[in-house]
Design a protein around this ligand. Structure first.
Ligand code: FEO
Length: 402
């Protein structure tokens, strides 16, 4: 009989047994226009081991893929590299069905799994650098605390040289191909950078340290197997170099101008600023909050050097979608930006000062005290906007060099 949901062999002893979520469009506030996958892996060693599980609603797909290789109750061990529910939602049910001898997680992982699921199964905590035997090979565990949860860890399978990296090096991308080298490079770059910007950016320093640590360990990594999106089996240096570059948060001569508008006045100001930036030699990305999602804007900021934000004043405040954006970016801690605020107003005009405060809290270097324009911008106001664009472009040139 044909297996409806077959496993895919990715190395001599490992199968991909995950699930493809083609229709996911929102991952806790991150817009996932290409869906995602929840990757889980079955190691066919003497001690048969499952690495991670899937979101609860995909439990049957996981079980079916495992069953295409072995009856699920033959699994001896389960390893949980990361407690977030996209990888553990199915875990309690899988434990009941499989009845594994042991479930391994980091010390923080054991706590997090207990607090999420209140399991009857005893969990075994493993330390950074600890190894366990699978009979004919072994697994080594490496803590990756705060990449991106306190519980996160990597697991390395010596025999096949596979680094199971949970969220790291992953992306939200549902495809029928399982390997990165089978997918168009522009899509890999777009979704890989979006994932880094929306999930890992606040922990950039830790990413840099981790890459150094992995280098020093001298592991013979042949495959990087993340928990989302495609698996890396070729050109591993490329994804490692991309992570290293993104984590640097180096400014470039690119400016993101994000704005909300009520009656197009702030939009016209944004366009005039964009013209000044362009004429000053910057690369410009104008993003209207009515058209662009916060997760796309932070992705554009990943390789930018300036952030300019525009909002009208509404009821004495910043427009709500701009508040959403600023708090989202603040949480993701994009460093090394310069910028400014601008906006139209009718009678009170608080929004620019409020945006300035937030930009300062975000450690954005303010190039100007901002521009306020009453009702519909005059020719002079638009000239001021154009000049602001030129000024920010000049600052980018100073910071980044010509
Ligand atoms: Fe894919 Fe942090 O969970």
């Amino acid at each position: 009989m044909t297996d409806t949901f077959p496993a895919l062999k990715i190395s001599p002893s490992v199968y991909w047994v995950g699930a493809i979520d083609w229709s996911l469009r929102d991952f806790h506030g991150y817009s996932t226009l290409r869906g995602t996958t929840y990757n889980a892996y079955l190691i066919m060693a003497e001690k048969i081991t499952l690495i991670d599980t899937v979101k609860a609603s995909f439990r049957d797909e996981l079980l079916a893929r495992i069953a295409s290789v072995i009856p699920p109750d033959k699994i001896d061990y389960i390893v949980s590299n990361h407690s977030e529910k996209d990888h553990t939602g199915a875990l309690p049910e899988i434990i009941k069905i499989v009845r594994p001898d042991k479930v391994f997680a980091s010390t923080n992982g054991v706590k997090a799994l207990s607090e999420h699921f209140h399991l009857d199964q005893e969990l075994t905590a493993v330390k950074d650098g600890e190894r366990i035997s699978l009979g004919n090979t072994d697994l080594a565990f490496y803590e990756t605390k705060m990449l991106h949860w306190p519980d996160s860890m990597f697991t390395f399978l010596n025999k096949d040289g596979i680094l199971f990296s949970q969220d790291a090096f992953g992306m939200h991308l549902a495809t029928s191909q399982r390997f990165a080298d089978q997918i168009e490079e522009s899509i890999i770059l777009e979704e890989g950078s979006k994932y880094f910007a929306n999930i890992l950016l606040p922990y950039s320093n830790l990413v840099t340290n981790l890459l150094e640590k992995v280098g020093k360990l001298g592991l013979n990594i042949q495959i990087i197997a993340p928990d989302h999106g495609p698996i890396w089996r070729k050109d591993l240096a490329k994804i490692l170099a991309l992570y290293s570059g993104w984590a640097e948060q180096k400014p470039t001569r690119k400016a993101v101008v994000a704005y909300a508008t009520m009656w197009e006045s702030t939009a016209v100001m944004a366009r005039a600023i964009g013209e000044g930036l362009t004429d000053g030699g910057a690369i410009v990305k104008l993003m209207a909050l009515s058209a662009d999602h916060r997760s796309g804007i932070i992705t554009e900021l990943l390789d930018a050097g300036a952030l300019l934000v525009g909002s009208p004043t509404i009821n004495g405040n910043i427009f709500p979608t701009m508040v959403d954006l600023l708090y989202y970016i603040k949480g993701l801690k994009r460093m090394n930006l310069c910028g400014a605020a601008f906006g139209s107003y009718g009678w009170s005009g608080e929004a620019v000062a409020q945006m300035n405060s937030l930009l300062q809290e975000m450690k954005v270097e303010l190039v100007s005290e901002g521009i306020k324009s009453r009702y519909v911008p005059t020719k002079e106001a638009l000239e001021e906007c154009y000049s602001l664009g030129l000024k920010v472009a000049k600052r980018l040139e100073e910071v980044c060099g010509g």
